[in-house]
Design a protein around this ligand. Structure first.
Ligand SMILES: O=c1ccn([C@@H]2O[C@H](COP(=O)(O)OP(=O)(O)O[C@H]3O[C@H](CO)[C@@H](O)[C@H](O)[C@H]3O)[C@@H](O)[C@H]2O)c(=O)[nH]1
Ligand SMILES: [Mn+2]
Length: 715
């Protein structure tokens, strides 16, 4: 019996209010759908059909969203009680950390080094800790950078531990003006030298091996022969730091640090990040085989060295279910502005989806920041207490590790289909998580006050919309496959949990109702044709209830989640922007890929910062700047709304009695205009480099005019 708990959980008391709201709102939705069906039968029209389809989809997506509110759970961990189950550090299980990078130019190595150093310096027994860097760019430059990083680590780790620093990413640490310790300036100087050495090599783009005189470096860098490219190269595994051999400057052993570039050739699909993780799983199994691994994106540095102790509160709990599979920490970012302009803080995902799923079968895996039981990727949970194998201390077989990282290794195996991370989608994380939960594994969310990990989000609109397009296209691939949440999921997991997954998988479907409501009422308004009930009609109050209820509830959710009114407003704007662009284009991408007219591509998000864009973003100003079809569709919607609103005002001024009939449409287009303000500014009122390119604006005006003409004939 434990004296103090390792973790506790509490079901949120707000669930009763939410359940009641869901019930009342469901009745209102059904009433509206009844009205559409009745209208369609009595007075069939294309407009009613569009409204019915849009509202049916809204109802479906709304229903999936409700599942997060049915049983939210909040948990707490007590690492201070760990000593009861593991009284010495040598009782801790081994931990392998996987850090993925894919392109030294989009993901500058210095940033990746910061992530790696922040985990190498974890407060975890060094003989139990191994860090693997997966370099999917197969780049000599990255390896070079890490040879330098390994040298710096021998100074950095003892410094962190001596002063018990909280910030163990050097960049984050030096950015803060903390009270200086005696060695601070010396370490800072070393860090700056490392940075400039790497920068020089990056600027040149090649490495002159002759300049080195130590054999180990020469041997490692010589693995790149002339014909090597990022798409064609042999497996490279380098042991950069070896426990039991490499010591830091204070004489303590270092954790292991491995560099891995799996073999690539053009004939074998490499399956993007999922392929990289699977190679990591196999290689690490041959080298250190820790029972738990932590997966990190290269820009997600650790912000708290005690994080592994928090996850141990679950893994070491003697009473934990044997089907317990992973602990997910939230994805938080350190560059979000106070308006959350692009809604990249993901307030609802982090504060509602997380706890909502945690109370069902467990938080979904997010691609990074998760500590996962190795077994959870190898098959179904086994019954009985979890027993792990001790790490392989007797040395390891590097030749075997090379073998399992080769292109041909996965041929005719279950890797990617039954075991490891799953292939066939651009969102290996959401899909693998879904399949793992379907097998019966459980998970929890761990949300300490001090963020466990911090990363960066894009600060230019096109970069974010493109990144999100990749996510939603990937999710669509799952939604419309035989592993869809609403078919396979409902049959293989708690149906509410399946609905949670459906909420993500079907997100692109938002584009249909959003586009219907961004164009139909407006075009009808331009043609002075009413489509909503008159203000005096009792049906109008139903609409009013539905709209106010949805927006009001959403605002409450935002505020209860600890966010602000301003951020909520940005969310409303981005929801419509995504609906008119990203969601729509992810459908297009999905169609082209499914028809075989385009191949699936994982475009790595650039982590290079641009000062001008950063400044603009911090001021809450949109960065458009580049020509993009994603902007065109947003502009067209904005133009139509403005035009409709002005014409609508004209109609009601000329014909006194029309206000009652057209009120709903005026309101919708007026809302469009208010919410679209930054877009009008970008098109007409700004002259800085972040404005909307004139060519994009011009194209949008032409398309908007064309749509106007077509609809003028139909109404
Ligand atoms: O072929 C590839 C492509 C990407 N990556 C790595 O994958 C990570 C994520 O890539 P990024 O471009 O940063 O994508 P994001 O959209 O920011 O990533 C989110 O979405 C991904 C796909 O759903 C998840 O894998 C990530 O964990 C999640 O943070 C990065 O570390 C990359 O280096 C690879 O290792 N190999
Ligand atoms: Mn990323």
């Amino acid at each position: 019996m434990l004296k103090g708990p390792l973790h506790t959980s509490k079901v949120s008391s707000s669930r009763w209010f939410n359940r009641l709201f869901t019930l009342v709102y469901t009745i209102a939705i059904l009433t509206l759908l009844y009205r559409h069906c009745r209208n369609l039968i009595c007075l069939p029209s294309l407009t009613t059909l569009f409204l019915l389809v849009a509202d049916l989809l809204l109802a479906f997506l709304w229903a999936t969203w409700q599942s997060f509110f049915m049983n939210p759970v909040h948990r707490q961990v007590f690492p201070e009680n760990l000593a009861q189950v593991a009284n010495k550090e040598s009782d801790y299980p081994g931990l392998d950390v996987f850090v993925c990078t894919a392109d030294p130019f989009k993901e500058p190595p210095v940033g990746v080094i910061n992530t790696v150093l922040s985990v190498l310096a974890y407060d975890y027994p060094t003989d139990k800790l191994s860090v693997y860097l997966s370099d999917d760019g197969g780049s000599q430059l990255t390896l070079f950078a890490f040879i330098e990083a390994a040298k710096f680590a021998k100074h950095w780790l003892p410094y962190c531990k001596k002063y018990n620093l909280l910030d163990r990413s050097p960049e984050a640490y030096f950015a803060k003006d903390l009270s200086p310790f005696p060695e601070r300036n010396e370490i800072l100087a070393m860090y700056e030298i490392m940075k400039s050495t790497i920068k020089d090599v990056m600027d040149k783009g090649t490495i002159d091996i002759d300049q080195f005189n130590d054999d180990r470096t020469i041997k490692a860098l010589n693995k790149w022969t002339n014909g090597c490219t990022r798409h064609q190269h042999p497996t490279v595994i380098e042991v950069l730091l070896k426990h039991n051999e490499d010591k830091d400057v204070s004489g303590h052993y270092m954790p292991n640090l491995f560099y891995l570039a799996r073999e690539k050739n053009k004939a074998t699909p490499h399956n993007f990040k999922a392929g990289a993780i699977n190679a990591l799983l196999r290689v690490s199994e041959k080298l250190t085989n820790a029972p738990i691994f932590l997966l990190l994106d290269c820009d997600m540095y650790s912000n708290d060295p005690k994080t592994p102790l928090r996850m141990l509160c679950y893994f070491l709990d003697p009473n934990i279910d044997p089907d317990f599979g992973f602990v997910q920490f939230p994805q938080l970012f350190n560059n979000i502005n106070k308006y959350d302009t692009y809604c990249t803080e993901h307030v609802l995902e982090n504060r509602i989806c997380t706890f909502g799923m945690d109370g069902l079968e467990g938080m979904s895996f997010m691609g990074t920041n998760a500590f996962i039981k190795r077994e959870a990727l190898l098959g179904k949970p086994t019954k009985g207490k979890w027993i792990w194998n001790e790490q392989n201390e007797s040395g390891y077989d590097l030749a075997l590790a090379h073998h399992v990282a080769s292109c041909s290794y996965e041929e005719n195996t279950k890797w990617g289909s039954e075991i490891g991370f799953k292939y066939g989608t651009l969102v290996e994380d959401a899909y693998t998580s879904f399949r793992v939960h379907c097998l019966g594994w459980k998970s929890v969310a761990c949300t300490p006050d001090r963020p466990a990990f911090l990363g960066n989000m894009p600060v230019a609109l096109n970069a974010f919309l493109t990144q999100a397009k990749r996510w939603y296209m990937g999710l669509l691939q799952v939604a419309l496959s035989k592993f869809s949440a609403i078919t396979f999921g409902v049959m293989n997991m708690n149906p509410l949990q399946a609905l949670c997954y459906a909420y993500f998988q079907f997100r692109s479907f938002w584009c249909i109702p959003i586009i219907v409501y961004a164009f139909l009422p407006q075009l009808a308004l331009i043609n002075s044709s009413p489509i909503f009930p008159k203000v005096s009609d009792p049906w109008f109050s139903l609409y009013a209830f539905l709209v106010l209820g949805a927006y009001g509830k959403n605002l409450i959710d935002y505020l209860v989640a600890g966010s602000t009114l301003r951020k909520w407003w940005s969310f409303q704007r981005m929801w419509l922007i995504l609906g008119c662009s990203t969601y729509l284009f992810s459908f297009l991408d999905w169609s082209l890929t499914t028809l075989g007219m385009s191949t699936m591509e994982f475009n790595v998000t650039s982590k290079v910062s641009d000062n001008e864009q950063d400044t603009r973003y911090q001021q809450g100003i949109f960065s458009f700047g580049v020509e993009s079809p994603l902007f065109e569709s947003i502009n067209v919607a904005a133009i139509i709304n403005l035009f409709a609103f002005l014409i609508g005002i004209g109609h009601v001024c000329i014909h006194n009695g029309r206000l009652e009939e057209l009120f709903g449409q005026l309101l919708v287009s007026g809302f469009g205009v208010v919410i679209g303000w930054p877009i009008y500014e970008g098109m007409m009122l700004r002259s800085d480099p972040g404005k909307m390119p004139a060519k994009t604006t011009l194209k949008s005006v032409c398309v908007a005019f064309f749509i106007y003409l077509v609809f003028s004939w139909t109404f």
